[in-house]
Design a protein around this ligand. Structure first.
Ligand SMILES: Cc1cc2nc3c(=O)[nH]c(=O)nc-3n(C[C@H](O)[C@H](O)[C@H](O)COP(=O)(O)OP(=O)(O)OC[C@H]3O[C@@H](n4cnc5c(N)ncnc54)[C@H](O)[C@@H]3O)c2cc1C
Length: 75
């Protein structure tokens, strides 16, 4: 049997000069009012950006994992 069950469209983010400005603002104010943001859109829009932004949030909230990884990375 050859049947399509579901079709879904995905799009990679389309960045503009304005979106970069807002991205930088969100990154600079991340953590204000105990509100944290993570997502690829806060980086390069790819997997690395998603991981890096989540790691930054982990550092901001003082995650022991983020601290120990940072120490290993810097040693
Ligand atoms: C077609 C396509 C191909 C790609 N190819 C590559 C590639 O080859 N290499 C690469 O590096 N990147 C690629 N990317 C980009 C990469 O997949 C994304 O940048 C990355 O997965 C984004 O991670 P994220 O954690 O920011 O968001 P997501 O992976 O989108 O995760 C967000 C999560 O939040 C959930 N969510 C949304 N709203 C709510 C809500 N209200 N409550 C609870 N949960 C919610 C969603 O269900 C989702 O699980 C591709 C993207 C697309 C669309």
């Amino acid at each position: 049997m050859n049947r399509i069950i579901h079709t879904q469209e995905h799009h990679t983010p389309l960045y503009t000069t304005e979106s970069f400005r807002y991205r930088d603002e969100v990154v600079a104010t991340n953590g204000e009012n105990n509100t944290y943001y993570a997502g690829a859109y806060l980086g390069d829009g790819l997997h690395e950006g998603a991981i890096a932004s989540a790691y930054r949030v982990a550092q901001l909230i003082g995650s022991p994992l983020a601290v120990s990884k940072l120490l290993i990375h810097n040693s």
